[in-house]
Structures are given as C-alpha cells and as structure tokens.
Design a protein around this ligand. Structure first.
Ligand code: NAD
Length: 365
C-alpha cells in the first residue's frame, strides 16, 4: 500500500513549470497570445489540435495553410480566420508579411516536414513540427540549421511530455519508487487502414516505427533520462499484405542504456498496443494506455501488491504543448523538446532499421 501522505509526496514538484532563463533576441512582448498558423488541415490538425486553442492561455489560432480551398473556407469560417490569413501551399511564403503569425505548426505527411519547416524559418517564423520530425536525420539537421540561422525556435510535437501521467511516471522512475529501473517494456501499435500516405514510403519515410513505434522509442529515453548505447532489432512483415509493399509492419527492438537498463520495444501496424512498464527490483509501474489522447491509467506494484497509481493534477497535454512553445518564445527559453530531440529519435530509428536489415546488434556512439 502507498499511504496517503506518501501519495502526496510522490506528486510534489509536478506542478513546477518547465525552467526559466534570461530573455534573448527572439522574445516577444508578454502581453499578447502568440499566433499560430496551422499547415495541413488533415485529421490530427482539425480533430485534435485546432479545437484546443480555445483553452490556451498564451496561444491563438490566426492562420491556415492548405491545398484544398474548401477546407480553407470551412475551417476559416469555423475558426473566424479572415481571407487575408488563409494560404495555399503555393503562396505559403507570403506568411513572411503577416505579423500576426508568430509560429507555424507543420502537421503534414512526414516527408513534407523538412520543406515546410525550413520555409517557415526563412519567413522568420518559429516552428512546431509534428513527429516524426522528418524522414531522415540529414533532414532533421537541415531543419535545425535553418531555424538556428533565422534565430527562431523549433519544437517537436511530443505531446506526451505535457501529459500529467507521463510526467508523473518520469518523476516516479527518477525517485526510484520501485527501485532503480532495470527493464522497460514499451509497446505501440494499431491496425493500419489501407490506401493512405502512411503506407507509402516516399511520403512516410517508413512504416509503424516512424508513425507509432516512435512513442515506444521516445518513452524509453524520457523514462530513463539516458541515451541508448546498443540496439538490436528484428522486423516481421508479411510482404504479401498489400499494405506493406513499401513499409514495415512489425519491428521489435532492444535498447541497452549506459546504466545497464534494457528496454524491449514493440512497434506494429497489425495489432493494437499502447502501453509501457518500468520494472525495478521492488516492483513495477505500468501505464495503459500510456500515450493515448486521453484516458491514461497507471498501476503500481510494490512488494507484490498492485494498486492504482496516484492521480496527478489534471492538465490538457495539447494545450500544454501549444502554450509551452509560446511561453518559451515570450520568456526566452528553449523548449523541453527542441529539434535536437527529434533528431536523436531519427538517428535511433535509422539505427533500428539498420540493425534489422543487417541482422546484428549496432553499437551507438
Ligand atoms: P492526414 O492524412 O489526416 O493529414 C495530412 C494532411 O496533409 C491532409 O490535410 C492532406 O490534405 C495534406 N497533404 C498535403 N499534401 C499531401 C500529399 N502530397 N499527400 C497526402 N496528404 C497531403 O494525416 P495526420 O494523421 O493528420 O498526420 C499528419 C502528421 O501529424 C504526421 O506527421 C503524423 O505523424 C502527425 N500526427 C501526430 C499525432 C500526435 O499525436 N502527435 C497524431 C496523428 C498524426
């Protein structure tokens, strides 16, 4: 049993903000909400992200970019975006002349992230870019360089870092609630629908790993606070399934971390998973779902007794993510998930693919 006073102490520190510093050149006036332009009006943008601005303290939706005039009309009307703030991909670069736009949020197919991030930086805008950051580490490096050259911030849409149960889990692992972490298991997957860009390698950069397995990968890094030193991966794809002509279905891999922690990870396009478990020498902490849009559930096992984990203060992960970048710009901080974080994941994704392809473990420098 975790006594009530211990439950309170487990939550201590969670409400603390995300570190402050002196304001540099890009800092914007603090008395206004920063304006976001959404690029790509697909499912994630319209169903998950755009409705969240109503709850944001430091961010507002001011512009839309789409190749489909009907979508610009429909969402422009719904969100009160004037014609002057609606752009096609062809006239995207004109965002440079719109001072209401502070941040461009790139929510396009993966292969388009690099181009639209670099064009945004060249137009003088800060950038939020969806995961995976790009389809190669070389593209990630170019995106980071473009934002740096323009003196603009670049953040990757790793929303779980703003989700209260995931933040609590990071704290509990760090506090060694179940002893020092020895093993992590992380599983993410779903049944992929046919005929979509995610199954077309030139558009997606890869299969389940790029799309959903990246949650397993990223979680092992934020739960350990370490970078893997060894990876060993196995791919299992039925190439006669028309969905998997160019991308992988299953890829399972093992990471070894410097402290000796081993993570076993699953990424799948043919089975549903959304879970991770941290195992220490005194028990385990389990999250299922772990990285879903909502409904995170934590269970803790200590000394052979399992119970529900403590309930962290409620917070909306999407709002937290959107406002974090605005607040970083306003106060001159670097985001907790900058471009470099996306680059690290892409380098690891490349190592996982290489290990599976070559049938051997790969040491990571
Ligand atoms: P989607 O297919 O629903 O939307 C993609 C949008 O891009 C559409 O509006 C489409 O019209 C537009 N587009 C422009 N050019 C295109 C082209 N050549 N081919 C296909 N579409 C084109 O996809 P989505 O689910 O919204 O995913 C978009 C991005 O968001 C991806 O990078 C994905 O990984 C990411 N995403 C993140 C989360 C998360 O929880 N962080 C969830 C879903 C998606």
């Amino acid at each position: 049993m975790i006594p009530p006073q211990d439950r309170r102490s487990l939550l201590r520190g969670l409400g603390v903000g995300l570190a402050a510093a002196a304001a540099p050149a890009w800092a914007a006036p603090k008395d206004r909400k920063l304006g976001y332009a959404i690029v790509g009006l697909g499912s994630y943008a319209t169903k998950q992200i755009m409705p969240q601005f109503a709850q944001c303290a430091s961010s507002r939706l001011v512009a839309l970019v789409s190749g489909t005039p009907e979508k610009l009309e429909r969402y422009g009307a719904e969100y009160g975006i004037p014609q002057t703030h609606r752009y096609s991909y062809a006239d995207y670069d004109r965002i440079r002349d719109n001072p209401d736009i502070d941040i461009v949020y790139v929510i396009l197919p993966n292969s388009m992230h690099a181009e639209y991030t670099i064009r945004a930086a060249k137009a003088g805008k800060h950038v939020m870019c969806e995961k995976p950051m790009a389809v190669s580490s070389a593209e990630c490096e170019a995106m980071i360089a473009a934002c740096r050259a323009a003196n603009r911030l670049l953040m990757i849409g790793y929303r779980s870092r703003f989700e209260p149960y995931n933040r609590l889990c990071i704290k509990l692992a760090k506090d060694r609630l179940v002893g020092p972490t020895r093993i992590i298991t992380a599983e993410h997957g779903f049944n992929a629908q046919p005929n979509q860009w995610r199954l077309d390698k030139p558009m997606s950069g890869g299969g389940s790993l790029m799309d959903i397995g990246i949650y397993s990968l990223n979680a092992t890094r934020y739960l350990t606070g370490e970078e893997p030193i060894l990876v060993s991966a196995v791919e299992s794809t039925d190439r006669s399934d028309p969905r998997f002509r160019t991308v992988e279905d299953r890829i399972d891999w093992m990471f070894r971390f410097p402290s000796g922690i081993v993570a076993n990870c699953v990424s799948s396009y043919t089975s549903p998973h959304n879970r991770y478990r941290i195992v220490g020498d005194q028990g385990w902490i389990d999250m299922e779902p772990a990285t879903a849009y909502q409904g995170q559930t934590m269970r803790i096992n200590r000394n052979n007794h399992t119970e529900a984990g403590p309930t962290p203060p409620p917070a909306n992960q999407f709002v937290g993510q959107l406002d974090h970048l605005s607040e970083c710009i306003l106060t001159g901080r670097q985001p907790i998930v900058p471009g470099e974080e996306g680059l690290r994941d892409l380098r690891l994704i490349e190592a996982i693919y290489r290990s599976a392809r070559e049938g051997r473990a790969i040491s990571l420098g």
